[in-house]
Design a protein around this ligand. Structure first.
Ligand code: PLP
Length: 341
């Protein structure tokens, strides 16, 4: 593979969009030989977007290259975003803001709107990264609390820029449009995959992948399968199609996708968002002990458990090649020690 990073990581349709370089790219694709053998196939691979940088990595780094560039271009001095208590997105936004010289305000959910007992995992990291944390009982997308924080900052003469929860809007999703240029270049060397499996929740990752796969001319027999962490498949697929189509419009690309062509599996919602059960535990221990790779308890543990179940049910032949796209989150492990040990 030729070493032309600029050509590898973008499409000409993206060139006019502002972008700041924040992520360590391209992320590697590694084989999972032990797991492939022990599960009896398919041949498993992993793409390491848990290694993108920005205070321990994750999929939000790619999105923030576009979101924070837009904030800088708008002349913002502050970014606001929201998330769950252990939000990876809010942690990476705080890191990206620090790097770009912006102040970060994060709106985080707790059941009683009070700070958690212990500052651990992503909460500790956000604190270290200098984010001002606003605790709320409001659920995703945290719109009212974010609007309140924005109004307060405006009244103080600040210039805030709001990154929506998960970074999933037509700007943030461009990180995963660009990721498919990177991926298409990598498969020239690795060979193609029959399926790409990943965690999906606020939808920007999958929407970007779908639009990017179209732009890259990815083989249409490569299934892009999002395993839902917390939402029913029909509603999430509809939202992802809406977002992907808004992204295509933003890039003036003549392509639209229907919700029925967005593959979302919602069979692995377990006990609800961030409830760690036996499947999540098994997946976290399997990857750690058979491959030396850390998953997270909320997103990748749950969805890798889904992939293991699909394999055990015979969804893939032993000759097929399946890539799990690791979206990060291992910083949250420390906050779930009680549920994992
Ligand atoms: C946010 C997140 C996801 C989900 O990505 P979306 O773009 O919100 O669908 C998956 N894995 C991890 C670790 C995340 O933090």
């Amino acid at each position: 593979m030729s070493q032309k990073p600029n050509n590898l990581s973008s499409f000409k349709q993206l060139e006019h969009l502002p972008r700041v370089q924040l992520a360590h790219l391209p992320t590697p694709i590694d084989a999972l030989p032990n797991l492939s053998r022990n599960l009896g196939g398919p041949e498993l691979f992993i793409k390491r977007d848990d290694q993108t940088g920005l205070a321990t990595g994750g999929n939000k780094a790619r999105k923030l290259e576009f979101s924070l560039a837009e904030a800088l271009e708008a002349g913002a001095d502050t970014v606001i975003t929201g998330g769950s208590t252990q939000s990876n997105h809010a942690r990476q936004t705080a890191a990206a803001a620090a790097r770009c010289g912006l102040k970060a305000h994060t709106v985080l959910y707790t059941p009683d709107g009070q700070p958690p007992q212990a500052f651990t995992g992503n909460v500790l990291l956000m604190h270290l990264l200098g984010a001002v944390i606003h605790w709320t009982t409001e659920h995703a997308p945290y719109a009212e609390t974010i609007a309140q924080v924005e109004a307060d900052l405006l009244a103080q003469g600040k210039r805030p820029y709001v990154v929506p929860y998960g970074g999933s809007n037509p700007t943030g999703m461009m990180g995963y449009v660009a990721a498919m240029a990177e991926f298409a270049a990598q498969i020239e060397t690795t060979g193609p995959f029959d399926a790409v499996v990943f965690a999906t929740s606020s939808g920007g990752t999958q929407a970007g992948m779908l639009l990017g796969a179209h732009l890259a001319g990815l083989p249409s027999n490569t299934q892009l399968l999002g395993i839902s962490v917390d939402k029913p498949a029909d509603a999430l697929a509809a939202w992802i199609a809406t977002l992907a189509n808004a992204g295509a419009e933003k890039l003036h690309v003549d392509w639209r996708i229907d919700a029925s062509d967005v593959a979302v599996n919602d069979h692995y919602l377990g006990g609800g968002y961030a409830v760690v059960g036996e499947p999540e535990r098994e997946a976290v221990y399997m990857l750690a002990q058979q491959e030396g790779i850390l998953l997270d308890p909320v997103y990748t543990g749950r969805t890798f458990a889904g992939l293991i179940d699909l394999i055990r049910r015979g969804t893939f032949t032993s000759a097929q090649r399946v890539l799990y796209w690791h979206t990060g989150g291992s910083a949250a492990l420390f906050a779930y020690a009680d549920a994992l040990v």
